[in-house]
Design a protein around this ligand. Structure first.
Ligand code: GTP
Ligand code: MN
Ligand code: MN
Length: 368
């Protein structure tokens, strides 16, 4: 055949951080199914299995067209036997029996409902399910002992499971800007997470805060929290040092900066009148919204920006690429070169991609 008639061969790189993954893609009917199986694997704490399904789904998200036959997939990376059989069944029959029976199973639905409570992880939810509990209401009815986060999670369950719109995220941004600027006028506030990647809705709103003068950001988090609390804007907050387990294969965190990096999990009380001027007086006039705040020293800002923009799979793949292909260790604080035995500095995300020998992928194409 003439060259123009040959179906173009898609050369797909195997790490998600080597690919462009837009938010809107052509294979949702397949990726949603694979992600049900990934979620179910997470519920049974089978991380390997979960990541395998997520990687398969991610490859399909990066395809420039809708998959029609299983043959189109034969040269693509990351598609394991199990994923391929699920894809094949959906292409042929419209649905996958395994996916549908998972979706309908009482176990899956109960785990979904209980892990959907803010402050409840897989381990706790699993214990409750084994005790016969199925929903947040069951927690109340049986008088389960709940920590403060979980109490807030149950109390605001409905609001916190109502997707946050971009419009609401913008209103929260204005509030956070106002709080931070009142305390430290030169501070820099960045919207991170899904909204930075262009999502129209999210489960929360994520912010990263820094200051161009190294050290000026110290002790800022408690001040922000106090300011917000004084204004009656917080329904819940828990501030912690960042205790997130970073990559296990190297010292990816400069020890001296350890306790400067703080995060705050919070629930904002958002006045609805600010976004809905037609709200009736008798209607509920506010709603609860999850907000994550992170404060980073300026020297780590690029790493923190990259680390908190996501997606989760994109982040995981970046760290895997760094470790397996480059002998480096990447975290939201730093990049460590294990061969040269030194930290690599960066003042922008672009520089980090360059250090890693990767083509720069903008946030809107990190929806792996
Ligand atoms: P939705 O909020 O569900 O819309 O999507 P999202 O992509 O914004 O997810 P989320 O808010 O859960 O996380 C945003 C980013 O922060 C992701 O890249 C996560 O990998 C990252 N992240 C979440 N928790 C932690 C943490 O404890 N430490 C670090 N370093 N990163 C985290
Ligand atoms: Mn988020
Ligand atoms: Mn978040």
């Amino acid at each position: 055949p003439k060259p123009s008639e040959v179906t173009p061969v898609i050369r797909m790189k195997s790490y998600a951080c080597q690919r462009r993954t837009p938010l809107k893609h052509h294979n949702s009917f397949l990726t949603e199914a694979l992600e049900i199986l990934a979620e179910n694997a997470e519920f049974s704490e089978n991380e390997g299995r979960s990541v395998a399904f997520r990687r398969s789904a991610s490859v399909l998200k990066a395809l420039p067209h809708a998959v029609r036959t299983i043959d189109e997939l034969k040269d693509l990376p990351c598609l394991g036997e199990h994923s391929l059989s699920v894809i094949k069944e959906i292409l042929e029959d419209g649905t996958s029996r395994e996916v549908e029976s998972t979706r309908q199973s009482e176990q899956f639905q109960a785990m979904k409902a209980l892990t959907g409570v803010f402050g409840v992880g897989v381990k706790t939810a699993d214990r409750w399910v084994r005790e016969g509990l199925r929903s947040p209401l069951d927690l109340v009815d049986t008088g389960q002992k709940l920590n403060h986060a979980q109490q807030a999670g149950v109390q605001y369950y409905k609001d916190l499971n109502t997707p946050v719109t971009r419009k609401e995220a913008m209103v929260i941004s204005v509030i956070v800007e106002k709080a931070v600027k009142a305390l430290l006028p030169e501070a820099i506030i960045t919207l991170t997470g899904g909204f930075r990647r262009g999502k129209e809705v999210g489960h929360d709103v994520d912010f990263l805060i820094t200051h161009p003068e190294e050290g000026a950001e110290e002790k800022l988090m408690p001040k922000i929290v106090n300011w917000l609390e004084d204004q009656g804007l917080l329904l819940y907050q828990k501030t912690t040092r960042n205790s997130y387990l970073e990559s296990k294969d190297g010292p990816a965190r400069p020890p001296s900066n350890m306790d400067r990096f703080e995060r705050c999990f919070s629930i904002f009380k958002l006045e609805q009148s600010k976004i809905d001027s037609n709200a009736h007086a008798e209607a509920s006039s506010w709603r609860a919204i999850r907000v994550d705040l992170v404060v980073s020293p300026y020297s780590q800002f690029a790493f923190a920006t990259l680390g908190w923009t996501g997606s989760k799979l994109f982040e995981r793949e970046l760290r895997r690429w760094a470790g397996q292909e480059k002998g480096m260790s990447l975290s939201s604080h730093a990049l460590y070169d294990s061969k040269k035995k030194c930290y690599l500095q960066a003042s922008s995300e672009e520089e980090i991609f360059t250090h890693l020998g990767l083509e720069y992928i903008p946030p809107s194409e990190r929806n792996a």
